[in-house]
Structure formats: C-alpha cells, structure tokens
Design a protein around this ligand. Structure first.
Ligand code: BTN
Length: 344
C-alpha cells in the first residue's frame, strides 16, 4: 500500500480530494496529481471539486497551479460524508460513504441499496433517524447532532447459519472503538449489547438476506451513544442507557469515533474471514463478564435461568440450569439473574 491516498482508487473520491488538499499545508495541489493519485480523469477531478464547492468547501483554483483549500481548523469540521470519508484509514469499510442528515433507519437504506447490488464496504451514516430499529422489534432512540447511527453492507462468503457470528465481529469492533474513547473499559452483554458500568452505550442490529446455501448480504447496523446527555433520551431509557460523554464529561468527535469503529470492524472482519470464528470469540470473551454468574435469558417467550457457562463454538449461550443440564440458547435477551447461595 502506498502513502496516503496512493493506489486506492476505490476510496470515496471527494473525501480523498479533501484529504489530499489538507495534506498540502501551503500552496496548491495540481489537478494532474489528484487525477494520478485517485486514478480518475482530470474532468472527473474537476466535477468533484465543483460538487465539493457546492457543499461549502472554499477551494481556490490557481491558473496552472492547481487547487487550494481555505478553511478553519479541525474543530470546525462538519459531520458530513466528505469529512467521514476523508478521516478513514480503511480499505474496505467506508470505500463509499452515503451520508444522510435524517432518515427513517440507516439499516432500511442499507438493505435497499444492497438489494440493488451495492458493493461490500459501503457505509450509510445518518445524523438522525426517525424510526431507528432495535433488536426484537424495538425502536432505537436517534436524536440529531449527538450520536452515531451507521449501517455497513457486507457480502461474506459464509453459510447462512454462520452469519450470526458476524454479530460477535461487530460487538468486538464496537467495544474496541468505544473503549478507545471511554475511561472505563466497556463490557458486552450476550450477544451484542455494549455496556459501560451496566448501562447500554451501543447496540447492534444485523439484517440478512440469503438463499439456502449462500448469504446475499448482511447489513450490520450500529448505534453508539456518543454525546447524548440524559435530557436528550426518552425518560424510560435514562436509567438503562449511558453515553461516552457521560463518562468523559466532554464531547467526543463523532468523526473520530466512526474512523475508529470502521477500522476495528475492518480488522475483525478480515480476521473472521481469514481465520474463522474462534479468534473473534476469544476477543469477545475478554469483554464478557457474565461467565460463571447467575443469568436469566428470555428466548422466544421461554425463560432460561441458571449459571452462565459462556458461549459455544457458534456463539450460542450456554446456561447450566437447576437440574444440572446445560442448555444452549441461540437467540434472546440476557439479564443478570438472582445470585445463587455462593453469591454469584
Ligand atoms: C439494539 O436494539 O440494541 C440494536 C440497536 C441498533 C441501532 C442501529 S442505529 C443504526 C442502525 N439503523 C437502525 O435502524 N438500527 C441500527
């Protein structure tokens, strides 16, 4: 891989142009250089410059010198698709960025795009969602200006029954990204809630389309409470949800959080594709505090209570019930149960 931007024609071109112009502190970057580094024609460079100007970027053109960007410092950077794309250091995740100020659900948009043939690695990001989807048919509170709502399109060559393993890939990536900004190490609650001190900071929703023996696509939807404060949350969530800001006392730039998230997702997705589920499960266990503790799981209207024995080789939850038998739970909601006589 070359230096910044080189040899990565697949990356979002407008983000890449902004990155190149910023890399030249003083002076101009020639159209020819941009065209060479991005692997696109001079005419295409010019079209992208025009659309960047329409977005409000002050790009000056000097005759026979090229282009120069005039702007305020990094603190002023807006939350938009160009900034998201230009802050990424990934090859796959975010190679196309679709940014929406407001949408119903980024998962719904991603599913539509994936059905229409969108390539793997495209990400959808919204500043706000009006009908954010949660697990088990719940909703996901998605106020504007504060948090991260994103969906990633993946096309893994795995059997449909293995696709739920990606939920663990996403959970490890989200825990790693949140952990990079939170002073407190996050924990996972099976299968894929991310908690800080027992309160939910991030949630993951996978949606998939497949044939009998082939996954067509998986949409990985991630909602991360970055800068929300209790007053921006519905009253019923105030006791159970938290945000990174509640732990740091200051704002975390969403652009940085997203860059860390896509980078971690790319790393763990590649590990999963190349080495299988076991290293992912191993990393996931380091965030899972419930092994050996009393838990209760609601699964399809049935409650299973007992001691958590961890997860098995496909990610199912193992629970040793009062009768001494170990039950496998493939899907459900897990909560800490009543402690047993030994206090666990
Ligand atoms: C959960 O219930 O824990 C899962 C929440 C997932 C929310 C995210 S926000 C981005 C993406 N779009 C959606 O509509 N949902 C997911």
């Amino acid at each position: 891989m070359g230096s910044q931007g080189e040899g990565r024609a697949a990356r979002d071109p407008e983000g890449e142009i902004i990155r190149l112009l910023r890399a030249t502190d003083e002076g101009y970057t020639s159209g020819q250089e941009i065209s060479r580094k991005l692997g696109i024609s001079r005419a295409a460079v010019w079209k992208h410059i025009e659309s960047l100007r329409k977005l409000g970027y002050a790009i000056e053109a000097g005759p026979s010198k090229g282009y120069r960007l005039r702007e305020a410092g990094p603190a002023e950077r807006p939350y938009n698709g160009v900034e998201i794309a230009s802050s990424l250091d990934t090859d796959l995740m975010g190679r196309r960025v679709v940014f929406l100020e407001e949408t119903g659900s980024t998962n719904a948009v991603a599913v539509e795009l994936a059905r229409a043939g969108e390539t793997e690695g495209t990400v959808i990001v919204a500043d706000a969602q009006t009908s954010g989807r949660g697990r088990m048919g719940r909703t996901w509170s998605s106020p504007p200006g504060v948090n991260v709502y994103t969906s990633v399109i993946l096309r893994p060559r795995v059997a449909p029954r293995s696709a739920s393993e990606l939920t663990f890939v996403a959970a490890v990536a989200a825990a790693e990204a949140v952990g990079a900004f939170s002073p407190v190490r996050p924990a996972v609650k099976w299968p894929n809630d991310i908690l800080i001190e027992g309160r939910k900071v991030a949630g993951i929703l996978l949606e998939m389309e497949s044939e009998t023996d082939r996954v067509r696509f998986v949409v990985v939807g991630l909602g991360i409470n970055v800068n929300s404060t209790p007053d921006t949350l519905p009253p019923e969530l105030r006791k159970t949800a938290t945000s990174i800001r509640e732990k740091t006392g200051s704002e975390t730039p969403r652009l940085k959080l997203l860059a860390a998230l896509y980078s971690a997702l790319e790393k763990w997705y590649k590990i999963y594709i190349n080495e299988g589920f076991s290293p992912v499960a191993e990393a996931w266990r380091t965030y899972f505090p419930s092994e050996g503790k009393s838990i209760r799981v609601d699964s399809f209207g049935r409650t299973v209570e007992g001691v958590c024995m961890g997860i098995d080789s496909d990610g199912s939850l193992l629970v040793r019930t009062g009768s001494g038998e170990v039950e496998r739970v493939v899907s459900g909601d897990m909560e800490p149960g009543e402690p047993g006589p030994d206090g666990r």
